[in-house]
Each structure stands twice: as structure tokens, then as C-alpha cells.
Design a protein around this ligand. Structure first.
Ligand SMILES: Nc1nc2c(c(=O)[nH]1)N[C@H]1C(S)=C(S)[C@@H](COP(=O)(O)O)O[C@H]1N2
Ligand SMILES: [Mo]
Length: 409
């Protein structure tokens, strides 16, 4: 768990032995800090895999998830299959801080979001938000570190492969309608800053651990304050009672249990924004002048088959999305990218922020195959072949690393 002021809100791999444990303690700077903050049981210092799911995610389908730590659950690659929407009990979970106490779900209608940087700033309860307007938007939720496991330099943070991503139907009020209700955004504001409702552990500098993210004001076009996920009340694990959702933007910008939403001139100076989630070369520390993890680029991966298949006619499945843009096409190669065939989208188009399952029917003779997929968005941006190496292993959308080797017999 990244509770150290020196960390960047991306937890390191769960330790596998005494050597790693020592290394991990060194990286944390002070394991005693965790103890002081009462977070020992929450940290990845405890071995996660095989342990029962923690209470706040006890309702999840453990068989569909890889538990990296109590705060980092990944959807297994084969669980996604042909999914148009990711079932809530299979969706990944990622918490930078312990989730708030479940008692915050006792009075969801009374949960208040403080809106600032508008001409008539005030707190709005969920009950009031629900009277302003409602919309349902389908969007991909993807952690910035999804695909980190494929970086060869051993980027620190959770070693996600493909499953720190899912496609969710969110229901809530478009933020621009809330803003209109409150007299519009104050002149000169450039960012939309959301603050999470976690309690900051005693003894820690709030700025070092709080989840407070700023995104460019342009995101007001699609930003939502949501209270439902996949047609059910938003569970605590995914940010209930109310969550900020910025369709097309990386996971971290989708602030859970949002308690304050401010239009601001500059970006927040919280670590998670100032130095965390910044793309830079390997070995370079994070700083505000580097690109922030905001808009997601085009990406796809194969979901089936993953290891073996029966010779003859085969259906190759996967998912593809364009981030902030819609999708134009997705191609599949069974020979590691030498020859490509256009796959067919499966099911309805749920809008530009949603992913689309795809399928390619092909004949496979016995042998070994390298299956890869390559998506193109509606602006003509093609998923690149290679990853762009960077210190924290962010934003991997290279198609080559995401391939799978399948034995056909
Ligand atoms: N308040 C709050 N919001 C948060 C986080 C958090 O720790 N606290 N984690 C962020 C990160 S890094 C990701 S990837 C997504 C994960 O969303 P999920 O847990 O609903 O899958 O939530 C984001 N919003
Ligand atoms: Mo994330």
C-alpha cells in the first residue's frame, strides 16, 4: 500500500519472500510509519494471494480476480471473455488509501459534495444531485498502470497485466448541469479538481497521501457525478455514495467517494497530481512539468483463447477501446503481427467511451500461434507495436507485449 509520503500511490508487487520483504521495507522508507498509521493489515507486506477477500470487497467473485493486495484486485484475463459490460463483481479495484468505513453508506442520500469555483458555491447532497439531472454513460475504467507487468525495467507498482480495466455503465448527473444550476464556472478557472472522501491516517501529511486530482476544464464536457454502476447503487468499493467519472480518462481521475469538486486556476499540489502519475524516462523523479495521466489512447487485447485451442475453426475474441475517441477498426494476427485480418465488432456500440468486444473466425491447424490485436480509433490513431518505456510503467498500449502464445492441437 502506498501510504509512504515518498511513494506515488501505486503499490509495489506483493513480496514473495524474505529478500523482497526487506527490499520492500527499504522502499517504504519506514514500515513503522505503516504501524503508526494503523495500516499494517492493509499493506502488501501481508501476502495477499490465496487470502480471503477483504470485507469491503467481500461480495466480489474471487474466482475472477487476482488479489495483488487488499487494495489491488485485478480481473483475470479470461474472465472478460466476450463481455460488453464488466460485471461489477468481476471489476478490478484499486485503492490508494484504505476505503472509508462502510458506515458512509448508511445515509447515501445525505452524502454531500462541496462544489467550489462556481458563481454560487455550495454543498449538494446526493438527494439534491438526483433532482438536477440524470444520464447513463458507458465508459472504460482503466488504471494508469494497466500493462505495467510487461515493462522489462521492473517499474515499481502493482504488476497489472490487462485486468486493471473494465467497461462500466455509470448513471449520474452530468457535471455541466450541476454547474449550470450553480451559476456557471468562475472566470479564469482551468481545471476541475476532485477530492476523495478518505480519512487521512493520523501522522501523515495529507498532501502526501490524499486522493485529489485535477483534469483540464475541457473534461467538463463529459464529466459526471455518479451514484449507480451497472444499474445498481454504486458500492463503497467503487466510490459510493458518489463518484466523479471522467469518461475516456485514466482511472485515477475518477475520484471515489468524492466530497469536494472545485474549479481551480491551477492543478492541485497534492503528491498524487504533482509528482505521481507523471510520465517520464526511467530513473527520473516525477514533477509537474511532465505529462499527467489524463486522456487514454487506443488499446486492445485478446481475451480468448489464451493458452490452448482445438484445431479447426476457431473464434478469437478480445476487447478494444479508443479512450476519448470512438473506434474505427480492430485487426487480429495469428502470426505475431506479420499478417492481419480485420475482426468484427460484437454487439452494439455503446458510445465512444465504451469498449467493444471483437471476434475473428479463422481456421487453425495444429501448431503454435502468437495472437495479437491492433485497434485504430476514429481519428486514425493506430495502437503502436511497442510500449514507451517510462519510470512508473504507465500507459502501456503497445500491441506486441499484449500478445498471447496459444498451442493448437
Ligand atoms: N477516492 C479515491 N478515488 C480513487 C482512488 C482512490 O484510492 N481513492 N484510486 C484511483 C485509481 S488509481 C483508480 S485506477 C481507480 C480505480 O477504480 P475502482 O477501484 O473502482 O476500480 O479509482 C481511482 N479513484
Ligand atoms: Mo490507478
Amino acid at each position: 500500500m502506498s501510504v509512504s509520503p515518498h511513494s506515488e500511490h501505486e503499490s509495489a508487487p506483493a513480496p514473495t519472500g524474505p529478500v523482497n520483504l526487506e527490499r520492500r521495507q527499504l522502499m517504504l522508507g519506514s514500515a513503522g510509519l505503516l504501524a503508526t498509521a494503523g495500516l499494517v493489515g492493509f499493506s502488501p507486506l501481508a501476502r495477499a494471494q490465496g487470502a480471503p477477500l477483504p470485507d469491503y470487497v467481500g461480495w466480489k467473485n474471487a474466482d475472477a480476480l487476482i488479489m495483488h493486495s487488499a487494495s489491488t484486485l485485478e480481473t483475470k484475463r479470461d474472465a472478460i471473455g466476450r463481455g460488453i459490460l464488466t460485471p461489477s463483481d468481476q471489476l478490478f479495484v484499486r485503492n490508494n488509501l484504505p476505503a472509508p468505513d462502510s458506515s458512509i453508506m448508511n445515509d447515501t442520500e445525505g452524502w454531500e459534495v462541496q462544489i467550489e469555483g462556481v458563481n454560487n458555491p455550495r454543498a449538494l447532497s446526493l438527494a439534491e444531485l438526483k433532482r438536477i439531472g440524470v444520464e447513463t454513460v458507458v465508459s472504460v475504467l482503466q488504471c494508469s498502470g494497466n500493462g505495467r507487468a510487461f515493462f522489462p525495467h521492473g517499474a515499481s507498482g502493482t504488476p497489472w497485466t490487462v485486468g486493471a480495466a473494465g467497461c462500466v455503465a455509470w448513471t449520474g448527473v452530468p457535471l455541466r448541469e450541476v454547474v449550470r444550476e450553480l451559476g456557471g464556472v468562475v472566470d479564469g478557472m482551468n481545471y476541475l479538481t476532485g477530492t476523495g472522501g478518505e480519512t487521512i491516517p493520523a501522522g501523515l501529511d495529507p498532501k502526501s497521501v490524499m486522493v485529489e486530482r485535477s483534469v483540464p476544464l475541457a473534461a467538463l464536457e463529459q464529466a459526471m457525478l455518479v451514484w449507480e454502476m451497472n444499474d445498481a447503487p454504486l458500492p463503497l468499493a467503487h466510490g459510493g455514495p458518489v463518484r466523479l467519472v471522467i469518461p475516456g480518462y485514466y482511472g485515477v481521475n475518477n475520484v471515489k467517494y468524492v466530497r469536494r469538486l472545485a474549479f481551480t486556476a491551477g492543478q492541485t499540489d497534492a503528491n498524487i497530481q504533482a509528482s505521481g502519475y507523471r510520465v517520464r524516462e526511467v530513473g527520473v523523479p516525477g514533477s509537474p512539468d511532465q505529462p499527467s495521466m489524463w486522456e487514454m489512447p487506443v488499446k486492445s487485447w485478446v481475451t480468448s483463447p489464451l493458452t490452448s485451442a482445438t484445431a479447426g475453426r476457431s473464434l478469437i475474441y478480445g476487447v478494444a477501446f479508443g479512450g476519448v475517441h470512438g473506434l474505427a477498426r480492430v485487426e487480429v494476427s495469428v502470426d505475431g503481427g506479420n499478417r492481419w485480418a480485420e475482426a468484427r465488432f460484437l454487439g452494439p456500440d455503446l458510445g465512444r467511451f465504451a469498449w467493444r468486444p471483437f471476434v475473428l473466425a479463422t481456421e487453425l491447424a495444429p501448431g503454435e500461434y502468437r495472437l495479437v490485436s491492433r485497434a485504430t480509433d476514429d481519428r486514425g490513431q493506430v495502437q503502436p507495436e511497442e510500449r514507451t518505456d517510462n519510470e512508473r510503467g504507465y500507459g502501456h498500449n503497445g500491441w506486441k507485449d499484449h500478445g498471447v502464445t496459444v498451442t493448437v492441437a
